[in-house]
Ligand binder design. Structure first.
Ligand SMILES: Cc1cc2nc3c(=O)[nH]c(=O)nc-3n(C[C@H](O)[C@H](O)[C@H](O)COP(=O)(O)OP(=O)(O)OC[C@H]3O[C@@H](n4cnc5c(N)ncnc54)[C@H](O)[C@@H]3O)c2cc1C
Length: 463
């Protein structure tokens, strides 16, 4: 493991190279729309707004560089999951949640369409998503999950037994799986770099190395000057806590990943995975993985989930015990890979709202908008958020009326703030310790019911 690169933003950036820096904001200026944060949310929003209204003057302010955050570090699962759908069903009714799910299904197709239209080669392969179960308790959850997804309108989903699962991917000890076609594998950095280039070509201005310290109605304040605009959109996800007044809005949760060296043909032969599905499991502290375009396995999960005081980042450096824990998952899934070197390990932050529900909103009285709180499901959701922000702004500025997107149940959802420290830290540590204990007990006792400690942890977390 000594040759493993640790940090350096991500394996994806190591492979692609960090971009040539764009100029910081030179002075005070004005815009029609100012977007704070150049991850997928900010860039997709700039893209759709500019496409809809080509004369709009749009400025994007980015603290570091485009894709510095989760958008340049994620697992590359472009899939139809959205954080909070089940709660939205309770709040707004089943039909509203079905519309939200349908919009997410369509979003996977939309991202693939735009990438093709814009000539963005992001190694996209639509092989669907395969989620597997390892234990009787996981299998019971998998079946319940499968039935629930079908009830939310995913008619194409398929449930597999152990043998059919192995026909797709030979995961040691897998007893069943659920597959949906609404998912694709992609290279996160190729997508974010391509998007940044596409919006610049459309005429959007991006300033990098420009941290916004405070957002106020019609003002985005930075050390280099202030951008004044009728609309200021906060697209800062896991970093939101660093903005004045936002410390307890979204909790920055860590997710960590490893990427192997490329596997040999014989190793791939032993594993299968010819459909290039993205791969996940039904553990409480779940894992996610993809087979990369250059024949590696990139695999992620929770390491140290949260750092005291909502601290966020050190360019992706990951604790050695987290790297080891992820390597153990890799070997447990694919024992023949025991000697495979880990090329790279990294971490990133995602935004978790107090009720675990993603939101998109525009406050009409102030012109302040935001989108995020995607938890771990933002690669596709950011695109839906961006098209929704576009529609909300067009509606607010009198250019159009309400649309299907502005009527979705996650629009303008309000959520309370997280508890102050040390409660926030203690709560998250306790929750993940409970999930790990529950996973261990389920896999050793072979019980077919979800461990009570995990149910309690869900309640504690407010999920
Ligand atoms: C390790 C990891 C794996 C993941 N895997 C998946 C996956 O496989 N599938 C999936 O659907 N989701 C996944 N996610 C989540 C997904 O990547 C995110 O939800 C998504 O990228 C969020 O995009 P964003 O633009 O909202 O935020 P980000 O990509 O985090 O972008 C926010 C940007 O704002 C900038 N910024 C922050 N504060 C300021 C400020 N004050 N001023 C100016 N700029 C600022 C940051 O530098 C950053 O570039 C994963 C996340 C992580 C961390």
């Amino acid at each position: 493991m000594s040759s493993t690169v640790n940090g350096g933003i991500s394996f994806w950036y190591a492979q692609e190279g960090t971009p040539a820096p764009r100029e910081p904001l030179p002075r005070d200026t004005t815009a029609d729309v100012c977007i704070v944060g150049a991850g997928y949310t900010g860039l997709w929003t700039a893209y759709y707004l500019k496409k809809a209204v080509p004369f709009l003057n749009i400025t994007v302010l980015e603290a570091k560089f485009c894709g510095y955050g989760a958008s340049g570090r994620n697992g590359g699962w472009l899939y139809n999951g959205i954080a909070g759908r089940d709660r939205y069903a309770k709040l707004h009714g089943h039909d509203a949640a079905v519309r939200l799910q349908q919009a997410m299904n369509d979003t996977v197709t939309e991202v693939i369409r735009v990438a093709a239209d814009e000539g963005i080669d992001a190694d996209i392969h639509r092989g669907g998503v395969l989620e597997i179960a390892h234990s009787p308790a996981q299998l019971a959850r998998l079946k319940a999950f499968h039935a629930a997804e079908i009830a939310f309108g995913e008619k194409e989903r398929e449930l597999y037994g152990a043998r059919e699962t192995a026909d797709r991917i030979r995961v040691s000890g897998a007893v069943g799986s659920s597959w949906t076609p609404h998912g694709a594998r992609l290279h996160p950095v190729k997508l974010v770099k391509g998007l940044a280039a596409a919006v610049e070509t459309l005429g959007v201005t991006i300033h990098e190395s420009t941290p916004v310290t405070e957002i106020k109605p019609k003002h985005a304040i930075t050390p280099y000057g202030t951008v004044r605009a009728p609309y200021i959109l906060r697209c800062t996800e896991g970093f939101t806590a660093s903005l004045a007044g936002q410390r307890r809005t979204w909790l920055p949760m860590n997710s960590s990943m490893i990427a192997t060296e490329p596997l040999t043909d014989a190793q791939w032969e032993s594993i299968g995975w010819n459909g290039l599905e993205t791969l996940g499991d039904m553990a409480h502290a779940y894992m996610y993985a993809q087979r990369t375009a250059d024949g590696r396995i990139a695999l992620g999960g929770r390491g140290v989930p949260y750092r005291y005081g909502s601290r966020t980042d050190n360019d992706g450096r990951t604790q050695p015990r987290t790297v080891e824990a992820l390597r153990e998952i890799l070997i447990r899934f694919f024992p023949t890979l025991a000697g495979v070197p880990i090329a790279h390990a990294w971490s990133g932050v995602l935004g978790v709202p107090r009720d675990w529900c993603a939101t998109v909103a525009l406050d009409r009285s102030t012109g302040l908008g935001w989108a995020g709180g995607y938890v771990g499901s933002g690669v596709a959701t950011t695109n839906l958020a961006a098209r929704t922000l576009r529609d909300l702004i067009q509606q607010d500025s009198g250019q159009s009326g309400p649309t299907d997107l502005t009527g979705l149940p996650w629009v303008d959802h309000k959520v309370r703030k997280w508890e102050p420290e040390p409660l926030r830290w203690l709560g998250v540590q306790t929750m993940y310790a409970a999930y790990r204990t529950a996973d261990h007990r389920e896999s050793t006792t072979h019980t077919a019911t979800t461990d009570r400690i995990a149910t309690l942890a869900d309640r504690l977390a407010g999920r």
